[in-house]
Design a binder for this molecule. Structure first.
Ligand SMILES: [Zn+2]
Length: 318
């Protein structure tokens, strides 16, 4: 993948492309932005451009690029906060020690620190030491959903680039390249429901998402109206498949988060959430949101799907 294949965030991509061309990329970069905005994709393209041996970086053709694309380049090191132990204090200390060793074959050694949301303050402090006195020929690229999850001291020593979701049209256009068989109208509708978030759009297309979104909305409406029998009938539809149930739960979690926002007076674009905030007390909304989160965890424990719907309807009745 190259910079010109990237979707949305044109200005930022232009700025980064220019910095790569002129060798002026900072040694510490933070990408922040919501899930699915392409932070990791962009971080990996930059890592590739740091090791690429061509003039037009990243060329995607030289041996270094090929290795980078297969995640086997010896000078690109990845640590993912979502994997246990990869961004702990000890792991960060190892990274720090390793950073002072010369690159194997590329001009620069690159450390990709992904999902830094999970990097706790002690680990960030350990990381800060190497940011304060960065070795030559080393680049650190971090991804995080919000830069506020990082210590001010880490942020101030890094360059922050914020990624925004694509518009639904941009997302649909991009996704349709990977789904040439799928009707463009369906893709666009999915992209609209997902507010242009490419990752979510893909998940929605693959999991019969439109149906899941509709069912989640119906369940939520019935919960707000206190119509217990309808809630039970609707939640029992989750038994058709686990992927489908997870998808419905994800939409419910989002609705609930919007409701919580609306209940504390924040603006929401969701009409259902606005109505929930009018009809229900704050504590009731918080309890429902908590129970929906718990339901997602229960679903991940391989619970029997035939009982799950009934159980879910009972915890939505608060
Ligand atoms: Zn190359």
């Amino acid at each position: 993948m190259q910079f010109n294949e990237f979707v949305a965030n044109d200005k930022l991509i232009e700025e980064i492309t220019e910095a790569v061309k002129t060798n002026t990329l900072p040694h510490a970069i933070i990408f922040d932005g919501a899930k699915g905005t392409g932070k990791q994709t962009l971080a990996k393209i930059i890592a590739q451009s740091f090791v690429c041996s061509s003039d037009n970086r990243p060329c995607g053709k030289c041996p270094a690029c090929i290795k980078a694309m297969h995640s086997s380049h010896p000078d690109i090191f990845t640590a993912d906060g979502n994997n246990t132990g990869e961004l702990t204090v000890d792991a960060v200390r190892n990274i720090r020690a390793d950073a002072y060793i010369m690159p194997n074959e590329a001009p620069t050694k690159v450390y990709l620190l992904l999902n830094c949301d999970k990097m706790l303050a002690p680990a960030q402090n350990a990381f800060l030491k190497v940011l304060e006195e960065p070795p030559a020929n080393v680049a650190f690229i971090m991804t995080v959903t919000s830069a506020n999850m990082l210590l001010q001291t880490v942020r101030s020593r890094s360059r922050l680039y914020t990624l925004y979701p694509a518009t639904p049209e941009e997302a649909a256009e991009y996704v349709s390249r990977s789904y040439p068989e799928t009707d463009y109208g369906d893709i666009l509708r999915a992209a609209q429901l997902c507010d242009g978030n490419i990752g979510k759009t893909v998940v929605m297309l693959e999991s019969g998402g439109e149906e899941a979104k509709k069912l989640a909305d119906e369940i939520f409406e019935a919960v707000i109206k206190g119509n217990e029998y309808t809630v039970l009938t609707l939640t029992n539809k989750l038994s058709q498949s686990r992927v489908f149930a997870v998808s419905v739960l994800d939409f419910l979690i989002e609705e609930a988060a919007e409701c919580v926002k609306a209940s504390v007076g924040a603006k929401t674009n969701s009409p259902i959430s606005a109505e929930a905030a009018r009809r229900m007390t704050k504590s009731k909304i918080f309890r429902i949101a908590e129970n929906i989160d718990r339901a997602k965890q229960v679903l991940e424990t391989n619970v029997n799907l035939n009982f799950f719907g009934t159980w879910l309807s009972s915890v939505l009745k608060v």
